[in-house]
Design a protein around this ligand. Structure first.
Ligand code: HEC
Ligand code: HEC
Length: 384
């Protein structure tokens, strides 16, 4: 947990001036996922929920909902749901909740007319080291295979890093190519602290937010002139790299479930396995075949999920196939499932029913299954 500067030790100060949370675990409790605000609970902010934007000239890339004393927070994300009923061919029904997002108490005037919001819940963060160790080439080869087969059309996100283009894999739009960079960006956008890769001590405050930029910060000489020096980033990096997935280290045992998952078309994007690169320095992550059930590629998921906010090569309707390993154990801190990039889906069935675009055919196949087979597929996914 970080606190506002200045403090006597300087080791844990530099929070904000504007921020979303004081530490990683506030949004990723026990490494699990977040949830959106509860519209029925006054002023609830959810857990690990953030509204990102396509670079607003005043508010920047993300709404920071908290501020240290003497500073003004940017606003509080709100959500309203409209319930809809979906009817299966056999007469069963499911309820979906279609969200509309807003911001209460905007602290710095209206958003620009061109600014669009992209809501995100914190993903589960177990198994990150293994995902980081999957070679770029393997992801590119999967995209080439999909182009050739023509069933789905996944594309890698290409993100500039250290003067080269790397394959993005972290974040709901695969906008971050490496764990280290993902973690450093979290310090900047979510906590408002500087690191070797994001050096501004004011985090996401824009030049228009002069009071924030002039506010107290915790850059200090003994920490490379930063708030978070490379040694601390290294520790957090190492902790997450070693946090094993809650499942997905062995192939699924349910052979009939595996066949059903493939027959319905889920496996086209939720690719069962990848093999990590050889790395003698990290034997636990080296040359292992693991089962995240994601191709790590971007897919057009249709209008229902679109945010119309591009990130590098990801377009407005594109999302990265979510790894499904450990989903049941880590979907929410309180035992409730909270799925999809904005946490709108409360069950695996709801999540599937939101699949459109390239996944439209697979959603239809699922709806046409007999009731028992649908249940069996959902059970299979929960066990991955
Ligand atoms: C305000 C809540 C919040 C805080 C605080 C936060 N995160 Fe996150 N985290 C998120 C959200 C939201 C995403 C998804 C981002 C996206 O889609 O681009 C995310 C994504 C991630 C991912 C990528 C997971 C994946 O499956 O791709 C990692 C790793 C991560 N965070 C680590 C951290 C670390 C380390 C810290 C502390 C330095 C941290 N986070 C602090 C909300 C938070
Ligand atoms: C065209 C590629 C594609 C196909 C086919 C597909 N998915 Fe997905 N799936 C995705 C993407 C992309 C997301 C992330 C969407 C988002 O968060 O908005 C996703 C998300 C999910 C989630 C939510 C996971 C979470 O943690 O939030 C579940 C569950 C899921 N898919 C299961 C399935 C099942 C079961 C099938 C087969 C019926 C299937 N998917 C078919 C691409 C696909």
């Amino acid at each position: 947990m970080w606190v506002a500067a200045p403090t006597a030790t300087q080791a844990a100060d530099g929070l904000g001036p504007l921020y979303n949370a004081r530490g990683c675990a506030a949004c990723h409790p026990k490494g699990g996922g977040g949830r959106p605000p509860d519209p029925a609970a006054a002023e609830d902010q959810g857990v690990g929920f953030a509204l990102k934007m396509n670079d607003d000239p005043v508010y920047g890339r993300q709404i920071q909902s908290n501020a240290i004393p003497g500073q003004i927070a940017e606003g509080r994300p709100t959500v309203r749901y409209r319930e809809e009923t979906v009817r299966f061919p056999d007469g069963d029904t499911a309820r979906l909740r279609r969200p509309t997002y807003g911001i209460a108490n905007l602290g710095y005037g209206p958003l620009a007319a061109t600014t669009r919001l992209t809501p995100r819940v914190a993903p589960r963060v177990h198994g990150m080291g293994l995902l980081d160790a999957i070679p770029d080439d393997a992801v590119e080869a999967e995209a080439a295979k999909q182009r050739e087969e023509g069933v789905v059309a996944g594309r890698p996100n290409h993100v500039p890093m250290d003067g080269a283009l790397r394959v993005g894999r972290f974040g709901w739009k695969a906008s971050n190519p490496s764990l280290d960079r993902q973690n450093s960006e979290a310090f900047s956008l979510d906590i408002g602290m500087s690191t070797p890769s994001f050096r501004d001590p004011w985090g996401d405050c824009t030049a228009a937010q002069t009071v924030c930029r002039a506010g107290p910060h915790g850059d200090s000489k003994q920490f490379e002139g930063l708030e978070i020096p490379s040694s601390i980033i290294g520790l957090i990096d190492g902790y997450l790299r070693d946090l094993p997935p809650e499942g997905g280290l062995e192939p699924p045992k349910d052979a009939a479930g595996t066949a059903l998952f493939a027959a319905v078309g889920c496996a086209s994007c939720h690719k069962p396995s990848y093999t990590t690169a050889p790395d003698p320095a990290r034997p636990a992550l080296s040359n292992r075949t693991v089962f995240p059930h994601s191709d790590l590629l971007l897919h057009d998921m249709g209008d229902g999920l679109a945010d119309e906010v591009p990130m590098f090569q990801a377009r407005g309707r594109d999302w990265r196939t979510t790894p499904l390993w450990g989903l049941n154990r880590l979907a929410a801190q309180d035992g409730r499932l909270t799925l999809l990039h904005d946490g709108r889906a409360r069950s695996v069935t709801e999540a599937i029913l939101w699949h459109g675009g390239e996944a439209e055919k697979s959603r239809k196949n699922f709806m046409d299954l007999p009731r028992e087979a649908r249940k069996r597929l959902v059970r299979y996914v929960l066990g991955l």
